[in-house]
Design a protein around this ligand. Sequence first.
Ligand code: PMP
Length: 367
Amino acid sequence: MQPKEQLLSLQPYKPGKPVEEVKRELGLEKIIKLASNENPYGCSKLAKDKITEELSNLQVYPDGYAAEIREKLSGYLGVEQEQLIFGNGSDEVVQILCRAYLSPETNTVMAAPTFPQYRHNAVIEGAEIREVPLINGNHDLDSMIEEIDHQTKIVWLCNPNNPTGNYIPENDFVQFMKKVPSNVIVVSDEAYFEYVSANDYPNTIHYLKNYPNLVILRTFSKAHGLAALRIGYGIADRSIIKGMEPAREPFNTSRLAQAAAIGALEDEGFINECKQKNREGLELFYSFCERKDLLYYPSEANFILLDVNSDADSAFNYLLKKGYIVRSGSALGFPTMIRITIGEEEHNKEIIGHLEAYIESLVESVN
Ligand code: PMP
């Protein structure tokens, strides 16, 4: 049985091998996964407490409208409740946007490489994909503007960008918004928002009033450490949210996810601590790269993309044998780079030690 034609060119998402399987295969005691940009410090105790309370209600469907977290988040962000939509991860908000706004008569503009789910969902909807290569890891906003025409429905900005970690500064963002026609949706995917420390990172919420075509995506999966529960959200003008709501499944975020998100929002201290430790981890990687003269992209997220000056897969396999799972750049459009999630200090130091040995082994093999 053939699925619809556009699915024939797509591969299902390939998750990394489960940690237990890798342990067994390689006979390793300890495996550290620094591949999926998860929070190495877990989640807030307040989130866990909310989950425990909610365990007595597992027989009851969740509130599809997610009223409690909606109210809390609208106050927290300073937006109207009708400006929010929740998804089973921000992945699902991407899917809902594509279902609601893309069709075979439309096109959609995005950077390349960027977060692959924009492309994936747009292909399923049969839209034409217009990809604009990054320049030095940054969105080429001028060229993205040139790709927009009367059939363009959505333009995707990934800020900070996955997998490079680069960010779009406020001034560039505003200049871009001014040039985009008002009937084209601009998505600012801010999955790593809580980790950003650059002073000129745009406060996009502030621009929602001027630009009713702006959609902001955020998630509880990264700094809040709730990836397992799957809850993310979109913030936009109420007319865009209204357009998306019919494409959302009735009970798409679980009771546990909604409860945990409420607890997580109450714990700013946890986020600040994770952000601080992440910065320190990034600095460790930066100084290693500078010492070894390795190219890297300065990151505003909780991962770093760095150049191993050799085949990314061989660096990946080397690190795997040492007990570290990272993301090889070969599948991400960077064949000599690897993406490493910033971990706990001990693990950052240990993986840097392994990387150093790997880089030295390359030099020896050349000599
Ligand atoms: N956007 C970006 C840029 C991401 O890196 C991710 C996670 N890999 C997501 C969205 C989706 O995250 P989630 O569905 O867990 O909210």
